[in-house]
Design a protein around this ligand. Structure first.
Ligand code: PLP
Length: 359
């Protein structure tokens, strides 16, 4: 082919999704195992009747519902085709030169380096601490006059760890107000930190116009297949996001389903208690046989198995459970239904597995 595609795209790694295999349990994508509530299915069915019409590009009804739920103004809320689209849009509204820098922890959400490079900016990954948490002091120290954007994934995907409010606020106080800081709270609903240190980004950002919070309907709200997330930020940030937004990319069905989920939020959020209980049960069972499992505030946990990670993932798959290995760093396991989790624990705590991977 002779058309001139950007040569730098060749070096962008493809986004690796968790594998889906028939007849195998999938604990690889941090999804909710519960299907939609009847009220949500009904809203979806009604919206389908109108799909010959374009959706509301401004997502007015959804943004109004979110604003009311969060106690902010509609002007503080933007919707996106999943919060991953908002990650990309945040790079687009801040970076316009190849020298512009985007800081994020590593390992963290694998979309960050991809959207940074797609945006023609420079990625500045900052290693996690030895406890697999954000090294916020090192991230603050990595800020230069070229820094335009910082992603803080809290709780962090894939390690599940979270930083508390006090630590987060100390970091935000340190960073120049010229830098836009993104608190990616995709797993916010699974946080169980004590109330006096609870890192609620929406509350924390109230008096901080350079902080924007991302949340999503994909995880606790169970709409991963419909693609809708949102940003909460200063009206100027929101206006800029609307400028780079791909028109109509939050579709009609997704908007209707998200509104129905918000109305049913008590029931949906009750489900997170069951997932949190499973996460703790699995973590305890794994620690009992010798695994190092960092504390998790999400619906998954991290097994830092180093260069054994790929083989561990392969063997788990052969035992009937797909998990998510990350290079030579570790393996991420989602907490699913109890019977699915039991299947994983049977594999993971088996004497042969323990000897082979922890020995
Ligand atoms: C899953 C996830 C998202 C976004 O998911 P969407 O489905 O695009 O809303 C964003 N950030 C992190 C850290 C995630 O794990």
């Amino acid at each position: 082919m002779n058309a001139r595609i950007r040569p730098d795209l060749a070096s962008i790694p493809a986004y690796v999704a968790g594998r889906s295999l028939p007849d195998v349990v999938k604990l690889a994508s941090n999804e909710t195992t519960f299907g939609p509530l009847p009220s949500v299915s009904k809203a979806i069915a009604e919206a389908v009747e109108q799909i010959n019409r374009y959706p509301d590009n401004g997502a007015g009804e959804l943004r109004a519902a979110l604003a009311q739920f969060l106690g902010v103004e509609v002007a503080n809320v933007a919707a996106g085709c999943g919060s991953v689209a908002l990650c990309q849009e945040l790079v687009q509204i801040t970076c316009d030169a190849p020298t512009d820098e985007v800081i994020f922890a590593w390992r963290s959400f694998e979309a960050y380096p991809i959207v940074t490079q797609v945006g023609n900016a420079r990625a500045v990954p900052v290693p996690l601490t030895s406890e697999f948490t954000h090294d916020l002091d090192a991230m603050a120290a990595a800020v230069t006059p070229n820094t335009k954007l910082i992603f803080v994934c809290n709780p962090n995907n894939p390690t599940g760890t979270a930083v508390g409010r006090a630590e987060l606020v100390r970091f935000l106080d340190k960073v120049s107000e010229h830098v836009l800081i993104v608190l990616d709270e995709a797993y916010y609903e699974y946080l169980r930190l004590p109330a006096d240190d609870f890192p609620d980004g929406v509350a924390i950002r109230r008096d901080r116009p350079n902080v924007v919070v991302l949340r999503t309907f994909s995880k606790a709200y169970g709409l991963a297949g419909l693609r809708v997330g949102y940003a909460v930020g200063d009206p100027e940030v929101i206006t800029a996001l609307l400028k780079v937004h791909i028109p109509f990319s939050v579709n009609r069905v997704a908007q209707a389903a998200a509104i129905a989920c918000l109305q049913a939020r008590h029931e949906l959020l009750d489900r997170t208690d069951r997932v949190v209980a499973e996460r703790e049960r699995m973590r305890a069972a794994l620690r009992a046989v010798g695994y190092n499992v960092p504390p998790s505030e999400s619906n998954f946990f991290w097994l830092p198995l180093g260069d054994r990670s790929a083989a561990y993932g392969q063997a788990s798959e052969e035992a009937g459970v797909v998990v998510r290995p990350y290079g030579a760093d570790g393996v991420r396991v989602t907490a699913g239904d109890p019977h699915e989790n039991d299947l994983f624990l049977t594999y993971a705590t088996d004497a042969a597995t323990v000897t082979r991977y922890l020995g």
